[in-house]
Design a protein around this ligand. Structure first.
Ligand code: SAM
Ligand code: DTB
Ligand code: SF4
Length: 316
């Protein structure tokens, strides 16, 4: 069969997305594989590495997050890391095979006073030959421009879920504010990393709506992290019902079909998945993972298990 590239669409409807999700599994995977192969090397899984450069004490009340000051999660807050230490971690990550280095801060928004330190980190990490990504909360246009001038490659800012369910997850900011920051990032010429979380108690249609909202972005985000909720004791969502494993695989396949050109990342939640389920997600079109021992505050499977998994997917 041929793997011709279909044009990216921005007008997906909830019904169309739900119809993709409801395809027989083999048809869904075939279409996802065709989309993957039209734009990407199916034998390469992109490796990103995360570092929490500022932990905890965050002024937002995202109901899933260990780092919100609103919830008793037991996490100790820390101040912004020194640039030197960040670059040292990035150098180790590069030596261990990471291609992109993503720096996250538990901030509601970036403060201008922190911009010089952040710009130094971008320059230092980039000088190692790594792609750079930052996720620092809301930005102004001027701040997004400054990050672009520092050479930042990607900015991560997730929509998390569909607009109807969003207010049940977080009330200290709006969906519109999320979209505004994404627009500033795009306008600054920085690539957009934007995705969401499954398993927060959302309805099936909220997941479809998330895909629809992401698809409206012009151009589509270059990177789409699909997170499975990592339940955090003390947060309002700690007891949310887990996502069915094969439903998760189906959503990955839907994301691959709707966003054929993007890196679709199997992001948070891998530590709760079997190797086989992770392999299915990669067969369903995910082509990126976070490697290393830790996401921001929660564990990853680690080097040995990841090597075994990626050997299965990538070996010739
Ligand atoms: N404070 C910034 C923000 O929220 O944009 C950056 C860091 S924030 C922790 C990055 C993203 O991680 C969130 O938007 C959310 O999608 C994801 N995330 C956070 N906690 C999670 C959890 N417990 N399980 C799954 N994903 C999570
Ligand atoms: C994203 O979508 N997932 C990453 C990254 N972007 C910043 C973060 C996942 C965090 C999982 C929970 C934790 O480790 O605290
Ligand atoms: Fe803060 Fe980001 Fe966590 Fe929300 S997800 S509480 S903004 S660190």
């Amino acid at each position: 069969m041929s793997f011709d590239a279909l044009p990216a669409r921005h007008d997906w409807t909830r019904d169309e997305v739900e119809a993709l999700f409801a395809l027989p599994l083999s048809d869904l995977i075939l279409r996802a594989q065709a989309a993957l192969r039209a734009h990407h090397d199916p034998a390469h899984v992109q490796r990103s590495r995360l570092l929490n450069i500022k932990t905890g004490g965050c002024a937002e009340n995202c109901g899933y997050c260990s780092q919100s000051a609103y919830f008793p999660t037991g996490l100790k807050a820390s101040k912004l890391m020194d640039c030197e230490d960040v670059v040292a971690v990035a150098a180790r990550a590069k030596a261990e095979g990471a291609e992109r280095f993503c720096m996250g801060a538990a901030w509601r928004e970036l403060k201008d006073r922190d911009l010089p330190a952040i710009a130094e980190m971008v320059k230092g990490v980039k000088a190692l030959g790594l792609e750079t990504c930052m996720t620092l909360g809301m930005l102004s246009q001027a701040q997004a421009d400054a990050l672009g001038e520092a050479g930042l490659d990607y900015y991560n800012h997730n929509l998390d879920t569909g607009p109807e369910y969003y207010p049940s997850v977080v009330s200290t900011r709006t969906y519109r504010e999320r979209l505004d920051t994404i627009e500033y990032v795009r306008h600054a010429g920085v690539k957009v990393c934007c995705g969401g979380i499954l398993g927060m108690g959302e309805r099936h249609q909220d997941r479809a709506d998330l895909i629809v909202e992401l698809a409206k972005l012009r151009p589509h985000p270059e990177s789409i992290p699909i997170n499975q909720l990592v339940p955090i004791a003390g947060t309002p969502l700690s007891g949310a019902p887990p996502v069915d494993g094969l439903d998760f695989v189906r959503w990955i396949a839907v994301a691959r079909i709707v966003f054929p050109e993007a890196y679709v990342r199997l992001a948070a939640g891998r530590d709760q998945m079997s190797q086989e389920l992770q392999a299915m997600c990669l067969l369903a079109g995910a082509n990126s993972i976070f490697v290393g021992d830790k996401l921001l505050t929660t564990p990853l499977p680690g080097e040995a298990r990841d090597r075994a998994l990626l050997n299965q997917i990538e070996r010739g």
